[in-house]
Design a protein around this ligand. Structure first.
Ligand SMILES: C[S@@+](CC[C@H](N)C(=O)[O-])C[C@H]1O[C@@H](n2cnc3c(N)ncnc32)[C@H](O)[C@@H]1O
Length: 284
């Protein structure tokens, strides 16, 4: 039980002093390994930025070392999500690598029946809606198409669901496209979902079990995620994509994503655009 002192002194709450994380280098290596094990993302080249970003995060949670940070990440899923949201790079925008999107939509046009498209990772949804806009302009019946965006970053997934974007995200779009597909919302823009195929978002880590429960897809986009992975994780990633790609489906990766040599996929090209198909000898 607490008793106030008789003399009426003001009660001053002592705030913990904010001290930057010590250069706990062993702990930092362990922390980087923990993030890599969970997500595939290799933070080694970005150590300084990460150190800086995480010191404030750790202080806010009264954590003093990177080792304690790793332990908390492993034991506390909410905390893990917050940390992943901080360390992942979500840079994206509408109509990024447009030619590749157009070639993929041409392929979609050649398909019969329902078409399932996966954007893994989708970040804040710019890629998902870009594909949706191109599908709708290509004259494909939007009711035949569904686009599923997944990402490990819950803030990004939330933005995708809301569909609200800054002018910067739309900088590649003509005024005509912007006016047709978005409603102005203050200084931002809200996507008109009713003009697009069904676009859904899921918080999924490609290395988790949930990923394999997403079903099979005709088209997979995986752009600008594997650039943050090392060779071993890139290989694991394409093995997982193999499992969710339909036999006659196609996979498109970003031009900077280095796909490891694998017997699972054949590499093909249309002009300058590369796509991958399941290797024929593994299908027979
Ligand atoms: C640079 S963005 C790419 C977005 C979009 N595909 C594009 O090219 O514009 C990379 C995304 O990969 C996500 N990511 C990283 N590791 C992941 C994992 N293991 N599972 C799912 N998403 C992951 C990050 O959260 C981030 O949003």
């Amino acid at each position: 039980m607490f008793f106030r002192k008789k003399e009426k002194e003001p009660i001053v709450e002592e705030k913990p002093k904010l001290v930057p994380l010590p250069s706990d280098d062993d702990g930092l290596v362990e922390f980087i390994q923990t993030i890599k094990k969970i997500s595939g993302v290799d933070l080694t080249p970005k150590q300084d930025v990460i150190k800086h970003r995480l010191s404030y995060f750790a202080q806010a949670h009264s954590i003093a070392t990177f080792r304690d940070l790793s332990n908390k990440i492993l034991g506390d899923s909410l905390f893990r999500q917050e940390a992943l949201n901080l360390v992942t790079v979500n840079e994206t925008y509408f109509y990024r690598e447009l030619l590749q999107l157009e070639i993929a939509v041409d392929f979609a046009k050649s398909l019969q029946g329902n078409i399932r498209i996966l954007s893994a990772p989708c970040s804040s949804g710019d890629e998902v809606y870009s594909i949706g806009m191109l599908i709708s302009q290509a004259g494909i019946n939007i009711d035949r198409v569904s686009i599923c965006g997944i990402d490990i970053n819950s803030d990004a997934i939330k933005q995708g669901e809301e569909g609200i974007y800054s002018a910067r995200s739309l900088h590649r779009l003509s005024n005509e496209l912007r006016n047709s597909f978005f409603d102005p919302l203050g200084k931002d823009f809200k996507i008109k979902k009713r003009l697009l195929p069904k676009c859904e978002y899921k918080l999924v880590n490609i290395f988790d079990e949930d990923f394999l429960n997403l079903g099979e897809f005709d088209i997979i986009f995986s752009r600008n995620m594997m650039i943050y992975f090392d060779e071993a994780y890139r290989l694991k990633t394409i093995e997982r994509f193999y499992k969710v790609l339909k036999d006659n489906g196609r996979m498109y990766v970003g031009h900077a994503d280095l796909i490891p040599n694998s017997v699972l996929f054949d590499k093909n090209m249309i002009g300058r655009v590369v796509y991958y198909q399941k290797a024929k000898k593994y299908l027979d």
